[in-house]
Design a binder for this molecule. Structure first.
Ligand code: BGC
Length: 381
């Protein structure tokens, strides 16, 4: 059944893409009545066309939408050869819009993660951001890039480039920032390339906010997943999840994932940091390696699916779905996504870096190029 729906989605997305390439046929609406799936993503948000796109090779099938440059589904084969969608989401663009503040599958920013007291200074000027998470700013505020319609610059069966230009002052951030995100399929993986530039000194920290469940989206838990992260320390946070400026060694704590451990084995232990996050919701300070390197892996014994993460970034936010609840709006196919039924591993610079001079810098100056690269690579064992 899930396979059938995916095939319909894929066919729809390819059709939409094909029509978009040729003479703007999709604008006329003439392709909108082939299947329910097609119309559910073929819409207009903020006066801009929103569509569903598909990427496919022998190993991976991905759909995404230009609303928030967002992953909608990611199918890989499990150990029995059955297609498994490992990403949470919705069946319609409207539902993604209505529930934008859970960031499903989206590119978040301009500053992914939190900025303390929703303010920072740069060259003596103070910038005020939106307080959308208590007193803090999270993922760029409600006017963040995850809530914008991006332009598709180019697409093929295996790659798509989406672009968004954020005007000077948007969501409180200085500078006109031009961003590009390219999703491309590799042999067994999904590579995400980020690029950005600015006309005024600013800060930029983009990441993808996919929620994964390697048992398949809609499965009740991720606590059985075995996680490994190459990090000797986490960034300590206060009760509002803002860094204190200190690093905490993971050795001998529930945060030690240097060797694979199930997510659930220590999540409820008596630990101050787990209490403030209500579980894992922390930046792991990745062991410094050169450039693009493997930093983490997750394995689900039930399906045999393993996901490896490779990145150029210095940090990885591990969020264990602690704020998900049984009463959250239903996801794809009406499935519930309860407490800790997904995890996020967001490659990034550290939270609140603009206010923490000792953290790796997130400042972007005119003439510089922002680049970042992350791959989610899948295997079955
Ligand atoms: C944050 C969580 C937050 C979640 C929202 C994560 O990146 O670390 O605290 O609840 O995003 O989806």
């Amino acid at each position: 059944m899930r396979r059938k729906v995916f095939i319909a989605l894929l066919a729809t997305a390819s059709l939409t893409y094909a029509c978009q390439q040729g003479a703007n046929k999709s604008e006329t609406g003439e392709t909108t009545n082939d299947s329910t799936e097609q119309t559910t993503f073929d819409t207009v948000i903020d006066g801009k066309d929103v569509k569903l796109y598909a990427l496919q090779n022998e190993k991976l099938q991905v759909t995404l939408t230009n609303y928030g440059a967002r992953l909608v589904s990611l199918h890989v084969k499990n150990k029995e050869g059955k297609e498994t969608d490992v990403i949470l989401g919705y069946d319609t663009a409207d539902e993604f819009k209505q529930n934008a503040s859970n960031y499903y599958g989206a590119i978040v920013g301009r500053y992914g993660n939190r900025i303390g007291n929703a303010t920072f200074t740069l060259d003596g000027a103070t910038y005020e951001l939106e307080k959308n998470n208590g007193e803090n700013s999270l993922h760029g505020g409600t006017n963040g890039v995850y809530n914008k319609v991006w332009t598709v610059e180019q697409s093929s069966d295996t790659a798509i480039t989406l672009a968004y230009t954020s005007p000077d002052g948007e969501a409180g951030y200085p500078g006109t920032v031009t961003m590009k995100v390219t999703y491309s399929l590799t042999d067994g993986g999904l590579l995400i390339d980020y690029e950005g530039s600015t006309d005024k000194k600013t800060v930029l920290n983009l990441t993808n906010h996919a929620y994964f469940n390697l048992n398949g989206e809609g499965d009740a838990t991720i606590l059985d997943h075995e996680l490994q992260i190459d990090a000797d320390a986490i960034t300590e946070v206060d009760e509002t999840l803002i860094p204190t400026g200190k690093s905490l060694a993971v050795a001998g704590t529930a945060f030690d994932f240097r060797k694979p451990q199930t997510i659930g084995s220590r999540i409820d232990t008596d630990n101050e940091q787990l209490k403030v996050g209500q579980g894992y919701d922390h930046n792991f300070e990745l062991v410094k390696g050169e450039g693009f390197r493997k930093v983490a892996s997750v394995y689900a014994p039930k399906t045999g699916i393993e996901m490896q993460i490779l990145t150029t970034e210095p940090g990885l936010q591990f969020y264990s779905g602690n704020f998900m609840t049984d009463s959250d709006p239903k996801g794809k196919g009406g499935k519930g996504y309860p407490f800790r039924s997904a995890f996020c591993l967001e490659t990034q610079h550290f939270p609140d870096s603009p206010n923490q001079p000792s953290f790796p810098s997130t400042v972007l100056k005119p003439g510089e190029k922002y680049t970042s690269k992350t791959e989610y690579r899948f295997l079955v064992r």
